[in-house]
Design a protein around this ligand. Structure first.
Ligand code: SF4
Length: 234
């Protein structure tokens, strides 16, 4: 299997090699139930998982259920989530999401993608993260289940030639990845791509000389190839 082979087979080989390289790759956000995962994922927008985990370490003892987000003044909630950034929008989104959960879902986080994306502040990326990690059995049979395309997954998909679209077209990249990555491998692929994107295949300077999937990559700098990610960004 080389750099130019069939997309599905190459994706499979990439996942196999990355799984050997990062056997413990898993979601970095700390949570103990679906509601905590949903809140943490919403807080992680434009922030780091480390920062979110620092904040939620105390936040989750004060806000345990959707009602708790509505029981405090919005300014108090803003203060409590302030270090994660964009706290005005996030506080509004968390309260609107909590309200919708109470109104439409008896205060429980739904497991279907079709329901998750009806929550304010929840688009496909967040819905996929919550479903795949909190309801993995549902993810295996939900026809709407996909792949969470964050900045790392998008960049890797472009560099590895697993999509025809630029790294900003998350929905189109997700569609392409769904065509080449089997349902059972999608959560693992997401976690592996994120791990590889953080450690080796960084945005500015990919460490192609240290890359476990270099021989499969059509953007390898080591092989003197054009970086498809940079090319797509112009
Ligand atoms: S060879 Fe380079 S560009 Fe390709 S996946 Fe590895 S680090 Fe990224």
């Amino acid at each position: 299997m080389g750099r130019d082979g069939d997309r599905t087979e190459r994706a499979r080989a990439v996942i196999r090699r990355l799984a050997r390289t990062y056997p413990d790759a898993s979601i970095a956000l700390v949570f103990s139930n679906p509601f905590e995962l949903l809140v943490a994922t919403m807080l992680s927008a434009q922030s780091t998982d480390t920062k979110v985990n620092e904040v939620t370490a105390t936040l989750f003892s004060k806000y345990r259920r959707p009602d708790d987000f509505l029981a405090v003044p919005e300014d108090e909630l803003k203060d409590d989530i302030h270090p994660t950034g964009f706290f005005n929008q996030k506080a509004r989104a968390l309260r609107a999401m909590s309200h919708r959960l109470l109104e439409n879902f008896d205060g429980e986080v739904p497991s279907a993608i079709a329901d998750l994306v009806t929550l304010p502040g929840v688009a496909r990326k967040t819905a996929n993260i919550v479903q795949a990690n909190a309801y993995p059995q549902v993810a295996r049979r939900d026809r709407d289940a996909g792949i969470a395309v964050d900045t790392h997954v998008g960049r890797l998909a472009v560099r590895l030639g697993l999509t025809d679209h630029g790294s900003k077209d998350a929905d189109k990249i997700e569609h392409d990845l769904m065509g080449s990555i089997a349902k059972k491998d999608r959560l693992r692929a997401t976690n592996l791509f994120i791990e590889h994107g953080r450690r080796i295949c960084t945005a500015k300077r990919p460490l192609c000389g240290d890359c476990a999937i270099e021989r499969l990559c059509p953007s390898s700098q080591r092989a003197g190839l054009i970086d498809r990610y940079r090319l797509a960004r112009g």
